[in-house]
Design a protein around this ligand. Structure first.
Ligand code: CTP
Ligand code: MG
Length: 171
């Protein structure tokens, strides 16, 4: 396993991208209100264009700031690390939307808790950054660390966001 600090810093764009739409999202839904033949929305009202764009930008910005001051061992240069921050953030938002797509196909309502909420964004973000990151990132112990941390942090931050009045439900 790599240094825990490096792994935590690596996760910054992912977590910023994933959490900022709760505050910055709203407006037109990504699926433009469209429904599939199964009777369910493509993605639902929980995935908005503004949330998707804001999450991608916020995560990229956070990762950009990090790349100015700290070069992670997984990237050869600050510029590539910055580029990776974009793909991590974009991947996070894509994975989040993909999770909603799968939830709707299984008739799980928007805003209902589901296991995919916790891991889909992480998986897609890690896949999107494959072209930029060294193989060292994908060591099994690192992946296990990401998984366990996310399984703890995601419910915890959702609970706190609910207590702080940012989310109507504690998940
Ligand atoms: N959000 C958004 N746009 C996105 C992602 C999230 O506007 N692309 C906002 C929405 O207000 C959403 C909130 O962030 O309700 C919480 O996001 P999330 O828990 O991912 O969505 P859910 O409402 O739970 O919907 P789903 O069941 O589809 O995951
Ligand atoms: Mg949710």
């Amino acid at each position: 396993m790599n240094q825990i600090l490096d792994l935590l810093i690596f996760l910054i764009p992912i977590y910023i991208a994933n959490s900022s739409p709760v505050v910055l999202g709203g407006g037109a839904p990504l699926d433009l209100d469209n429904t599939l033949p199964d009777g369910e929305r493509i993605l639902g009202n929980g995935k908005t264009v503004r949330g998707f764009v804001a999450g991608t930008l916020a995560g990229t910005f956070a990762g950009g700031l990090v790349s100015l001051v700290y070069l992670l061992p997984f990237f050869p240069s600050p510029l590539i690390q910055f580029t990776a921050a974009f793909f991590l953030s974009f991947g996070t938002m894509t994975g989040d939307a993909l999770g909603s797509f799968m939830k709707r196909r299984m008739h799980v309502g928007s805003g209902r808790p589901f296991v995919l909420d916790t891991i889909m964004f992480l998986i897609v973000a890690l896949v999107f950054v494959v072209p930029f990151a060294s193989a060292a990132l994908y060591q099994p112990l690192n992946l296990l660390f990401f998984l366990i941390l996310t399984l703890i942090l995601h419910p915890l931050t959702n609970y706190l966001a609910n207590k702080a009045g940012l989310k109507s439900v504690p998940w």
